[in-house]
Design a protein around this ligand. Structure first.
Ligand code: LUZ
Ligand code: MOS
Length: 762
């Protein structure tokens, strides 16, 4: 089935926040962000800004009627800076004017005197100074202290992983319209309507039922709107509330880039031990997460780093510790993979280091250590593993031995171009790591003309969740998709939603929809049984036809609904789904946090121009565990997009803050994302069909986040290509692998010399 949004997308009639018709009298907002990263506000000067024609009012922390607090997990995030500023771009004042031009002009006229305080941008420095969001967390398996003795080969290293700008095509924004009885209607570009509702509730100081948050769809989210849509919605709500006027603020790209958090950069140290047989016996890792200036979702992101610190491997002795370090950067936040990719990069780096030192192919170590069914993850869950199945299917399909031969002969024949390949296995746990969040609701109505309307807590952001939910209803009722419409997401219709995140949206909201449809279907079967003098269990519907014991009756769908309506049968249902079986004990750090895991293996091939340092990703060949895909077109789209986004993170996307905490890569001229020229020339995707994960909707495994992590392989393929040019190249584990870093590595001294040398070169 086609994506149900394809027609409106192609014809330009899909409604995003900025397409919501603006009503008469609407005012426009713009936020003034702190020009410095850390300091005490001495004086805020608004007079000049207020002189700009069209400016209505400028709001500051003093105007907030409720609490100046929008923090989610931890209450540490003011909406507007009061006395202190903690990051560059932290909102200090909110201008409201008759036009957006006036609002932006006024922002430029605001002056602030700030006494500077020391700025920390480096997580290791923050950790050393005790600047922690929460105490460190440690996951352990086996007996790490005694395990080193069983190891023949032990390697240590350090890693620096950079962040990533979300670059959703639609920037953040909100449009708030006051309603009667002290209520607000809030249009928000958010993945988390309830998160927005809570933030507004906190700031205005009235109960949640006053605030309706409406989302039609997003032009991308990628995690950036899981928590960080709250600020703009709360600012517009504050102004709309106090002025009793509609207020809209859709951020300019550069505002969005400067004021919002990104994927978390991490520093990490690892130690890996292997035995004679190259089995990984012990692994120890310390993760220093750059949380930014407030908690946001950092603690949950850190948890997922620990959950995925051994990626697809079984390692009997593990100790992984994570520190969430407070720095003076914008609070970093959810981003596709949610800390998992960072954990995976570090174990892949450890394996690559071992392989390099042992003069062997990393793939040998990778394959030998893939987790098998029955083995235990460091957090206590027992694997039901497709890791080796995916790997072996990739070998069978894509002939990596032949590819190696091609690469070797290419490298022998070419002096200034070198190819490299890498395997990247992925294992990603599906469920919010916070067990409490794994629930969803769906409201299904059948109208008296036989048409169906569905509302859920899911937010459509291009991932195709509405198409999948529609498929669930179409399949359950056995009716044509054209009879079904997915409605916008609203907190008045569906309450207490978890954000659309964690790859779990179709599972959770699809399961709730399945429950609602099944309940109505049971009622309908009784109606048909009475009307057709049969037993309810003999009734079925196929292609809109009512069957009795498999034989078509005189009734079709419309007659069935008409009969049910006449008999006053309830044609609506609101169902609640909670994922069964999952649990986690945060004291023991053990449990069964994930409904299931998604597995896959990618083989990546790159070519490096050894004169220029530039490169291409030539092929990415994947075997991906789809379960029993509900919609292969949508799922392939997710995989292709994820791969390209992952490659971007690992290769060209370089988030740069200067020492003063100011974002330098603050526009698309200075922040490079993959374009049509840099996507892989070939992406091959093979579907591993597995059929036993019943916690996935219709046994169709979640597909949102896992494929991003295939992109990690690009980093290692590049370093293999560099080594084909310079076998002893010094290649620090530093991401992204930009052309500049490739060049430095190509012409580096040997890796026997220390990192100090590398810093001098820089
Ligand atoms: N968001 C969240 C997520 O709140 N919890 C999670 O476990 C998660 N995982 C992936 C992506 N977003
Ligand atoms: Mo997400 S990183 O699934 O919002």
């Amino acid at each position: 089935m086609k994506n149900i949004d394809s027609n409106t997308h192609v014809s330009g009639t899909s409604v995003y926040l900025d397409d919501v018709p603006v009503i008469n009298g609407t005012l426009f907002g713009a936020a003034f962000g702190s020009p410095v990263a850390h300091g005490t506000i001495r004086e805020l000067m608004l007079e000049e800004a207020l002189q700009i024609p069209g400016v209505v009012r400028i709001f500051t922390a003093a105007d907030i009627p409720g609490q100046n607090e929008i923090g989610g997990i931890i209450k540490d995030e003011p909406l507007l800076a009061d006395h202190h500023v903690h990051f560059c771009g932290m909102p200090v004042a909110f201008v409201v004017a008759h036009t957006r031009e006036a609002a932006r002009a006024a922002v430029k006229k605001i002056r602030v005197k700030i006494d500077p305080l020391p700025v920390i941008t480096d997580p290791r420095e923050a950790q050393a100074k005790g600047e922690l969001i929460i105490p460190p967390r440690t996951f352990t398996l086996g007996d790490i202290d005694n395990a080193w003795r069983q190891c023949t080969h032990i390697f240590e290293g350090s890693v620096d992983i950079n962040g990533q700008e979300h670059l959703y095509i639609e920037t953040q924004g909100a449009y708030v319209i006051p309603q009667e009885n002290n209520s607000l209607r809030i249009y928000s570009s958010t993945q988390g309507p309830t998160a927005v509702q809570r933030a507004v509730t906190s700031v205005i100081g009235l109960p949640m039922h006053r605030f309706e948050v409406i989302v039609t769809r997003l032009g991308g989210g990628f995690g950036g709107k899981e928590d960080q849509a709250n600020t703009w919605a709360a600012l517009c709500s504050l102004a709309a509330w106090l002025l009793k006027k509609p207020v809209k603020y859709a951020l300019h790209r550069m505002e969005d880039m400067a004021m919002t958090g990104k994927r978390h950069p991490y520093a990490a140290d690892f130690k890996i031990g292997l035995n004679d047989d190259y089995k990984i016996i012990a692994y120890e890792a310390s993760f220093f997460q750059n949380a930014g200036a407030a908690a946001d979702l950092s603690t949950a992101v850190l948890a997922r780093t620990l959950f995925h610190c051994t990626n697809s491997y079984f390692i009997p002795n593990v100790k992984a510790t994570g520190w969430s370090c407070r720095t003076n950067l914008p609070p970093n936040t959810a981003f596709r993979g949610f800390g998992g990719p960072q954990g995976m990069y570090v174990i892949e780096a450890a394996i690559a280091k071992a392989a390099q030192a042992l003069q062997m192919d990393a793939a040998v170590i990778q394959k030998k250590n893939l987790i098998h069914t029955g083995q235990e993850f460091p957090y206590g869950q027992i694997a039901k593993s497709e890791a080796l199945t995916c790997w072996e299917k990739a070998e069978a399909l894509y002939n990596p031995d032949d590819l190696r031969k091609v690469v070797n002969s290419f490298n022998a024949a070419n002096k200034l171009y070198k190819k490299g390949i890498a395997f990247m296995p992925v294992c990603f746990g599906i469920s919010f790591t916070n067990t409490m969040m794994n629930n969803a609701r769906s409201l299904v109505h059948i109208y008296s003309d036989g048409s169906v309307g569905i509302s859920t807590g899911a937010v459509e952001m291009g991932q195709g969740v509405n198409t999948k939910i529609l498929q669930v209803a179409a399949q359950t009722f056995a009716i044509a998709p054209e009879r079904i419409k997915l409605n916008h997401t609203s907190t008045y219709t569906i309450a207490n939603t978890s954000p659309s995140a964690a790859s779990a949206t179709a599972d959770l909201n699809g399961k709730a929809t399945l429950m609602a449809c099944t309940t109505i279907l049971e009622r309908l079967k009784h109606v048909a049984a009475d009307g057709l003098q049969a037993a309810p269990e003999d009734i079925s519907i196929v292609n809109e036809q009512v069957l009795v014991k498999g034989t078509p009756s005189t009734w079709d769908w419309l007659q069935l609904i008409t009969a049910a309506f006449r008999l006053r049968v309830n044609l609506s249902e609101h169902a609640h789904y909670r994922t069964p079986e999952i649990h986690f004990d945060e004291v023991k750090e053990k449990g069964h946090p994930f409904a299931y895991h998604v597995y896959g293996t990618a083989i990546l091939e790159v070519t490096v121009d050894c004169l220029r340092g530039t490169y291409t990703v030539d092929t990415v060949q994947v075997v991906h565990d789809f379960g029993n895909s509900m919609n292969t077109d949508i799922d392939r789209g997710q995989i292709e997009g994820g791969i390209v986004q992952g490659i971007g993170w690992m290769t060209m996307e370089e988030v740069i803050y200067d020492r003063d905490g100011r974002l330098r890569s603050n526009a698309l001229s200075t922040y490079k994302v993959p374009d049509i020229y840099s996507v892989p020339k070939t992406i091959a995707i093979d579907a591993l069909q597995t059929n036993d994960d019943n916690l996935a909707i219709f046994r169709s495994k979640a597909v949102g986040e896992p494929p991003l992590m295939y992109g990690i392989g690009a980093w290692f393929a590049l370093s293999n290509a560099i080594r084909a040019f310079h076998p002893n190249a010094d290649i620090p584990f530093s991401t992204p692998m930009t052309p500049e870093k490739v060049l430095m590595a190509l012409y580096s001294k040997t890796n026997q010399e220390t990192n100090q040398h590398h810093e001098e070169t820089i």
